[in-house]
Design a protein. Structure first.
Length: 320
């Protein structure tokens, strides 16, 4: 009589293997998140050696933040993100489309991939210190411009609003455009070459191929890139913090929301810090929802969920 072979429960082992992640997430992410939301409803801070609270104050922290300069710092954060992200996505799309075009037969693609990704490996603090040294009034950039005779006196890049914001945007662009390019290249390489060959036979130009074939088919990756960029932009901290020595100069025009949050944490005002964190969480969720809906949910060009449902209904009617 043959013995029955024991079957392996892959589902059970799958749960066992992912259990450490959920334990770490519960301890280090979920509990602090709930605690942050709880503290946002309390007056809880330290003044010198005196500790005040926690005293329940309801929505007072949220109301106080709306009456502060939070909206101004939110505007600063948005401007700094746009300055860095717009050129980043444009250059990344152009490079990704160029590197993946088999008609060009580009040599040394792996070398170029490594080169454009290298800035992403540099710590933001080191990047900020480098730019601080290069663009200071006594730095090499001013020395080169003066030696060429292009300027008569040093330019105070960090003393002007345009100069400081441009440097922050340039650093964010240099650090992240390589990562975005690699992701978009992977998305484009996932498109079947038969589609590109068919469009060539139909006489499709390179511009039409890019806008009518490439962009619609990589829309999910574009949505992911935009969402992660929005989240990263709202959490912008290290570059402007180091470049302006935590002051957001000039005249706090480079002060971001996370720098504002950090100032509350330094003063140990945990209630206000918690309320600001909740505001950031809500804004991030709303923006990401709208971006997702715009890029995936409401498309009538044959690639959105509504278009797919419409085609399914048409197919069912045809069967009847």
């Amino acid at each position: 009589m043959k013995k029955k072979r024991k079957s392996v429960s892959y589902a059970k082992w799958g749960y066992i293997f992912i259990l450490p992640f959920f334990i770490c997430f519960f301890i280090f992410s979920l509990i602090p998140l709930i605690d942050t939301i709880r503290y946002s409803f309390f007056e809880y801070y330290r003044s010198g050696i005196k500790e005040i609270g926690p005293n329940f104050v309801g929505m007072q922290n949220y109301i106080s933040l709306l009456g502060s300069d939070m909206l101004k710092y939110a505007g600063n954060t948005l401007i700094l993100w746009v300055i860095g992200f717009v050129p980043q996505i444009v250059i990344a799309l152009l490079l990704a489309n160029w590197f993946t075009d088999i008609r060009l037969k580009i040599k040394g693609k792996q070398f170029f991939k490594v080169v454009i990704y290298l800035p992403n490996l540099i710590m933001a603090s080191a990047f900020a210190m480098l730019f601080f040294a290069m663009f200071s009034t006594n730095g090499p950039i001013n020395s080169i411009l003066m030696s060429l005779g292009w300027i008569s006196e040093p330019i105070d890049f960090l003393g002007s609003v345009i100069g400081t914001r441009s440097l922050v945007g340039l650093m964010n662009f240099l650090m992240w455009f390589g990562n975005t390019t690699i992701m978009l290249m992977a998305a484009i390489m996932g498109i079947s070459q038969d589609i590109f060959e068919a469009c060539e036979l139909d006489g499709c130009t390179s511009v039409k191929r890019f806008f009518y074939i490439t962009l619609p088919l990589i829309r999910p990756i574009l949505a992911y890139t935009l969402i992660t960029s929005i989240i990263g932009g709202l959490q912008m901290f290290d570059v402007p913090q180091i470049l302006t020595n935590g002051q957001g100069n000039p005249d706090r025009t480079s002060m971001t929301l996370i720098m504002f949050l950090n100032s509350h944490l330094e003063s140990r005002n945990y209630g206000m810090a918690g309320a600001l964190s909740v505001y950031l969480f809500i804004v991030s969720g709303i923006l990401c929802f709208f971006v997702y809906r715009m890029t995936n949910g409401n498309n009538d060009d044959g690639y959105g969920s509504k278009a797919a449902k419409r085609k399914l209904k048409e197919a069912r009617k045809g069967r009847r």
